[in-house]
Design a protein around this ligand. Structure first.
Ligand code: GLU
Length: 310
């Protein structure tokens, strides 16, 4: 493990030298207050050991990284029925794009763009109140991370509720098309709170173990999700996890990953590691600038890639 710690220390020092750190998202005002100087990285390896560097213990807003956990939970509850309401194709459009929805009759291209994740929140609301749905999501993430301390940042959730007009447009359009089954405000109340979950890189890397290790959170533990489900979520992360930057991320990093506008990225080296990285400044397509650079370095150093080679 010392090797991994040394690699992560090198990456953190290289990132500390970077002056072009990208732009912190401020369309959710509360996110705009975060210091762009942060950088953290954490890796959980197949033997269960954790290595980390930088601000890896500091909680941040996981935002769209939450979409992989809600998807895994919804698939566990409703199985393949979910795919009648959301597709599995990359969108090639920004995360909050509205244009495709009309052409596609209110069926979002995939569950990792906003429209698709809002449908998944609606699925999780079935036979639950808003509070119960949020508790179900939090319970799942806490179990995955083995950490009961994970919660929702109330200030971020209300900041997003107060300004989430574009997400409201997506939700109301889908309701009109018959693809939301609840009051759009209730569905969005779940969605805004799931996006406002706060986690550190260390907690996020632990929560991602089920995707990296075929459904298991620790060597020899019971499955949290089935291996087939872990594989499917990984395939969606690879093709759709970075919005219209997904092709570039696959090309440069070569691992399934999901980004969020809080600057976090969860990346998965199947069978090898669950990786979380955080730096709040974003690139032009809304993915963490230094987070992506750090993952490129890590993939180069370790040789981890789902495509083979070095
Ligand atoms: N809560 C954010 C939104 O809906 C999530 C976007 C993201 O992280 O990419 O705008």
């Amino acid at each position: 493990m010392t090797d991994m710690s040394a690699i992560l220390d090198d990456i953190a020092s290289a990132m500390a030298q970077e002056t072009g750190r990208g732009r912190v998202a401020d369309y959710i005002p509360e996110l705009g207050k975060v210091d762009p100087g942060h950088f953290g990285i954490a890796v959980v390896s197949a033997d269960g050991s954790m290595a980390s560097a930088g601000d890896a213990a500091l909680p941040f807003s996981i935002q769209s990284v939450s979409k992989v956990f809600t998807l895994a939970l919804a698939l566990g509850q409703q199985g393949d029925k979910c795919w009648t309401r959301v597709g599995r194709e990359p969108s090639g459009d920004p995360f909050n794009s509205i244009v495709q929805l009309e052409a596609d009759d209110g069926i979002p291209r995939n569950p990792l763009i906003n429209a698709g994740a809002i449908v998944v929140s609606d699925i999780l609301l079935a036979e639950r109140s808003v509070d119960e749905a949020v508790e179900a999501i939090l319970g799942f993430v806490r179990r995955a991370a083995g950490d009961e301390g994970i919660g929702v940042d109330a200030a971020v959730a209300s900041s997003e509720r107060d300004t989430g007009f574009r997400n409201r447009a997506l939700a109301h359009f889908m309701r009109a098309a018959g693809n939301l089954h609840h009051d759009p405000e209730e569905t969005l109340a779940v969605y805004f709170r799931q996006c406002a979950i706060a986690m550190s890189c260390e907690q996020l890397a632990r929560a991602g173990r089920m995707f990296a290790f075929a459904g298991h959170t620790a060597p020899g533990s019971a499955e949290l999700i089935t291996p087939a489900r872990a594989r499917r979520v990984n395939s969606l992360m690879l093709t759709c996890g970075h919005y219209d930057g997904s092709g570039e991320f696959a090309f440069e990093v070569g691992l399934p990953g999901k980004s969020g506008v809080g600057g976090g990225i969860l990346a998965v080296a199947p069978g090898k590691a669950s990786i979380a990285v955080w730096s709040p400044g974003l690139n032009a397509v809304g993915n963490s600038k230094l987070g992506t650079m750090a993952l490129e370095m890590l993939a180069r150093e370790t040789g981890w890639s789902v495509f083979g080679g070095l």
